[in-house]
Structure formats: C-alpha cells, structure tokens
Design a protein around this ligand. Structure first.
Ligand code: KG4
Ligand code: ZN
Length: 330
C-alpha cells in the first residue's frame, strides 16, 4: 500500500490530506478563510498568503495526528504547484519541498486543475478514462476530456467570467453576501424563472465555450430597473445559467467523441438545479452521471493527494527545484 500526503493552498483554503492507493482518505483537514475575505467581497491575495503561512504547518501535523501517523510512514508528498494565487501556492509548495527534503521522500508537483479532474476517480473506482469533465467553480469554468493522468483535452472554456464568479457577482447585486452561490440558489427556489428576460450568451454557437459577463450585467440592469422581485431575478439568472451550461455541455459531448461518463466537479456542482439538469442530459446520452461528494468537488487536499497517488503509481515525481506556476493550463 502507498500513502500520499497532499497539500493545497492555491486559493483561500489551506488543506492537507492523507490518501492511500486503495482510495481511502485516512485523514483530511481544511481551514477555510471565508471569514477573513468576507469584508472585501472576494479573495485578497496578500491576506490569503499570510493565512496559509500561519496555518499550514500545524494543519499538516494535525492531519498526521488524526491518522495516527508520522511523516516516515508516508510514501510521497504532493502539493499544488499552480495555477492559483502565487503567494499561497508558494507556501504549500515550499512546505512540501522542505518535508520531502527532510524525509527523503519523492515530491509530486500537482496541477490544481488535474486534482479536480482526477478527484472523481477517488470517489468512484469504476470510473475509467476517458470521461467528459465539467469543472465549474469560482475560479474555473472548463469542459475537459480526461484521457488519462496528464492527458487532457480542453474542449471548452469561458471567454470571460467563471460560472461560480457569475453566481457570486449576481448574488452581490442582490445583496446576498460572499460567497453568494449557495444563497442565490436558495433565493431562486422562491422565484419564478420566467419573470425576468435574461440573455443566454453563446447558446447555439459552434465551439462549446462559455460567456457569463453579459448575463451578470443583465442581472445588474434588472435589479436597477426596480421592476422585478429579487427572487425572480435569482431564479431567472439561475435558469439562464443552466440553459447555457446544458447547451454548451451537449455541444462538448458531440465534439469529444465516445466517453464513459459525464462528470461534474468544482464548487458550483453543489447546486441542485444544475446537478439535476446535467443528470437529465447524461441520461439522454445514455451516460452515467457522476458528481463526487461535495467535499471532493470544492477545493480540498484529498484531490491533490489522489493526483499524487495516480502519478506515484506511474513512477512520476518532480525535482526539488520545481517552480510554482501562477498560470498553468492543462
Ligand atoms: O471549488 P470552490 O470551492 O472554489 C473555487 O472557486 O475554486 O467553488 C466556489 C464557488 C463559488 O463561486 C460559490 O459561489 C460556488 O462555487 N457555489 C455555488 C453553490 N455552492 C458553491 N454556486 C451555485 N450554487 C451553489 N449551491
Ligand atoms: Zn479549485
């Protein structure tokens, strides 16, 4: 059995996890910084980097203690090396390098997006490559064909905002606080999605890309007009977003060729209406629909440890001078 320690610090979650090649999460801890960033309505990079630096060492110690282990029992150390806020990424990667050096264990530099992309295989042993992955969060909005470890084809991406960002910005317009996605979903339940006419950017276009900036601006105009109830704006926004998402994903399925499953990951995968719509789409294509448990969908370290497991099993590791990369497309 091999055990990998995973470290994640690319955005506003400091996280550590211990995962085995048998898909067992021995322990995992996440320290969220939502409280620290809330007054600013978004993640402030300097605050994030400082918080990561303060928390990471005790967090790793606590994670090892939770599993009743010492670092000697770990086979490899994996950390997010990008993409993300560079200050935070550096904190996690430098910590991993120090631990790898001190214990003479292999270091595995993980692309955060690869962590998201492979995490469904941690949750579901039956999931085989290739699969189509919809990665939708505050920072990511992509459709990827996942063909294997390190083998991805980006089928679609956003030309402006990420979907979670559109939820958060629309929620802010409606005075729902940060991060506003979950609050907007709750408010939408009380509204009528037919009340507010909103655009469906890029719907029907050939390439399966996304655009949400126009939708967000239309939400702002609807709010400022004073003509609509907030709940109706929320419901109409969510429906417009779903219409775009389903249209674009359908297009991506047509472009990708045969796949074994339709998979969703990222924080927006928490949205029940979105999950339901994707499930219906998958059924129409006779594909299994896989949505990993929420704790694996949002930023976490188990997914980084798991990507580390997949790489470690294939004999892959990285030199100790591997660089942190703020941008690192798959
Ligand atoms: O994956 P995540 O925790 O962090 C990154 O952005 O990488 O995703 C957070 C995003 C936020 O934009 C949040 O508003 C959105 O996911 N989100 C939701 C819901 N829950 C979280 N968006 C819509 N509906 C939800 N229920
Ligand atoms: Zn992420």
């Amino acid at each position: 059995m091999s055990i990998v320690l995973g470290i994640e610090s690319s955005c506003d979650e400091t996280a550590a996890a211990l995962v085995t090649d048998g898909r067992v999460i021995l322990a995992q801890r996440i320290a969220s910084q939502d409280e620290a960033h809330r007054p600013y309505g978004g993640v402030v990079p300097e605050i994030a980097a400082r918080a990561h630096a303060e928390r990471i060492a005790p967090l790793i110690e606590a994670t090892l203690a939770d599993a009743g282990m010492t670092l000697d029992q770990v086979d490899a150390i994996a950390a997010t090396a990008g993409p993300g806020l560079i200050g935070g990424v550096m904190v996690g990667l430098v910590t991993a390098k120090a631990l790898a050096m001190a214990t003479d264990k292999p270091l595995i530099a993980v692309n955060h997006l690869e962590g998201h992309a492979l995490s469904p295989r941690l949750a579901d042993a039956s999931l085989e490559y290739p699969y189509l992955l919809l990665l939708v969060s505050g920072g990511h909005c992509q459709i990827l064909l996942v063909e294997g470890v390190g083998r991805f084809r980006r089928i679609g991406t956003t030309i402006d905002d990420a979907l979670g960002e559109a939820f958060d910005k629309s929620a802010k317009v409606l005075g729902l606080g940060y991060p506003g996605g979950p609050a907007l979903e709750r408010l939408a339940l009380q509204g009528d999605a037919r009340k507010v006419p909103l655009p469906r950017p890029l719907k029907g276009s050939e390439e399966p890309h996304f655009s949400f900036a126009g939708l967000k601006s239309a939400v702002l105009r609807a709010k400022q007009s004073g003509e609509y109830a907030d709940a109706d704006i929320a419901a109409s926004f969510q429906q417009a977003a779903i219409d775009c998402l389903i249209d674009r994903t359908r297009r991506a399925l047509a472009k990708a060729g045969p796949v074994n499953a339709l998979v969703v990951a990222g924080g927006v995968a928490a949205n029940k209406a979105i999950r339901g719509a994707l499930e219906t789409l998958a059924e129409a294509h006779s594909l299994p629909f896989i949505a990993p448990p929420l704790a694996l969908c949002t930023d976490n370290a188990a997914m980084i440890a798991w990507a580390g497991v997949e790489r470690f099993e294939r004999g892959q590791s990285d030199p100790l001078d591997v660089a942190a990369r703020p941008r690192w497309p798959l």
